[in-house]
Design a protein around this ligand. Structure first.
Ligand SMILES: Cc1cc2nc3c(=O)[nH]c(=O)nc-3n(C[C@H](O)[C@H](O)[C@H](O)COP(=O)(O)OP(=O)(O)OC[C@H]3O[C@@H](n4cnc5c(N)ncnc54)[C@H](O)[C@@H]3O)c2cc1C
Length: 398
């Protein structure tokens, strides 16, 4: 089917950013971007919150901490350069109870250590100056946090790559990768060969890794997140974004109120284990995905650890009232009647190890000439250009 210098699997924002980084370093390299769907950004990249994160939450020294701050700066630069709609609307993380203050201070410590631009602690009165409808006893204000349309970013990268003669092989699923003197990618009923292969397969990253000789861990367990849309109003309920203080034991940020680049305001998401890796609708179930989830010991170990959270999330998913209750703690102006009937959903690729631990940091591995992005959860869209730089640096170091 084709012979290339580089085969890039997965046309989400991470794969596209990696393809761009390689071509910047090796102009003229022949490259194929192979994608099972008919367009770019059909999965996590096109179903996320559209936030350019500031880099507050992450353990200092982690890849997330290093790459989010750098990635956000590069994402703004890219959006400005290519005139992609974006806004630096700022974000508040609001503490509403005294018992949240220890976790709040830890977030502040992390944010400062990570070099989040402009981050500062503000008082209850200052919260109302920035977000008149929000309330709390203290907040962290991150003025550099913003919003963008990641699908538009992905489409722009696609055009850039096509201008450099990259072949996009859509509707083409890579089944397995073998290596001898070259990488041999089995696709549909044919073979693509390449000197170098990079796999950025998001929700399916573990499957392709296992089929090409990489370790079985971590496994991907799909978590569905649903956002409810607020009815449009002339005076939007938030100017930017308002988030709660998250539970440090979980890699989820809690139900937040987020302005979107289309002008809408969303409340969400939930985080619920679902029976399909493309389970954007609750009724979608796939035998293969269920089998992979239930046969992985990590799923059961994780369920034992987090069953209480799971019950809360099921309640939330079943009732708009529960969403409203969560959001009203810090934006009391939101009521049941503020909620529209439409919703937006995404499925998060959550990497889980055998012991049931949720893998928090980005994970990249390399076997010979094949590199795998094994875990690229949020903020990987924000970090995409920096993650790409990191990955290509590692390839070059060998
Ligand atoms: C609900 C939700 C909200 C989020 N909010 C944010 C946010 O506000 N800000 C942020 O920075 N991050 C956010 N994230 C995280 C972010 O969206 C992801 O980290 C990022 O999109 C990952 O990009 P990716 O390219 O790795 O994966 P994906 O976008 O999932 O792309 C992977 C691609 O690989 C393709 N593929 C898989 N297997 C194969 C195969 N065998 N052959 C060919 N193609 C294959 C898939 O079809 C897919 O197109 C959010 C995620 C979710 C789910």
């Amino acid at each position: 089917m084709g012979k290339y210098d580089v085969a890039l699997i997965g046309a989400g924002i991470v794969g596209l950013a990696v393809a761009r980084e390689i071509l910047q370093r090796r102009p003229g390299a022949s490259m194929a971007v192979i994608e099972r769907e008919s367009e770019v950004a059909r999965h996590q990249t096109g179903h996320n919150s559209g936030v350019i994160h500031g880099g507050i939450y992450y353990e200092p020294g982690s890849l997330k901490a290093k790459l989010c701050v750098e990635g956000a700066a590069r994402m703004y630069e890219y959006a400005e350069q290519h005139r992609i709609a974006h806004e630096r609307c700022g974000k508040l993380i609001v503490a509403v109870r005294d018992d949240e203050l220890t976790r709040f201070e830890e977030l502040e410590r992390r944010g400062v250590a990570n070099g989040v631009p402009g981050l500062r602690r503000i008082s209850a009165a200052e919260i109302r100056d920035i977000e008149p409808n929000a309330t709390g006893i203290a907040a962290l204000h991150a003025p550099n946090t913003g919003i963008v349309d990641y699908t538009a970013v992905s489409q722009t990268i696609r055009r850039e790559l096509e201008d450099q003669n990259v072949d996009f092989l859509f509707n083409t699923e890579v089944q397995s990768i073998e290596q001898d003197t070259r990488c041999r990618l089995l696709v549909n009923d044919s073979v693509v060969t390449a000197t170098q292969t990079i796999v950025c397969a998001g929700l399916w990253s573990d499957r392709l890794a296992r089929r090409s000789g990489a370790p079985a861990e971590p496994r991907i367990v799909p978590f569905r997140g649903v956002y409810l849309r607020l009815k449009p109003t002339t005076d939007p309920v938030v100017n930017g974004m308002v988030y709660p203080v998250p539970d440090p034991a979980l890699p989820f940020l809690g139900v937040h109120v987020t302005k979107h680049i289309d002008g809408g305001v969303m409340v969400g998401p939930t985080a619920m284990l679902v029976p399909s890796r493309d389970g954007y609708r609750l009724r979608t179930a796939r035998a293969r995905d269920i089998w992979d989830t239930v046969t992985w010991p990590g799923t059961w170990n994780m369920s034992r650890k987090y069953w209480r959270t799971g019950v809360n999330e099921i309640q939330m998913a079943a009732s708009k009232r529960a969403y409203v209750r969560a959001a009203r703690q810090y934006v009391p102006a939101i009521t049941r009647s503020s909620i529209d009937n439409s919703f937006h959903s995404g499925v998060r690729a959550q990497a889980v190890d055998r012991r049931g631990r949720l893998v928090d940091d980005f994970e990249i591995s390399q076997i010979g000439a094949v590199s795998h992005v094994r875990n690229a959860p949020s903020p990987a869209a924000t970090s995409a250009f920096a993650l790409a730089r990191e990955l290509v640096d590692r390839i070059e170091r060998g």
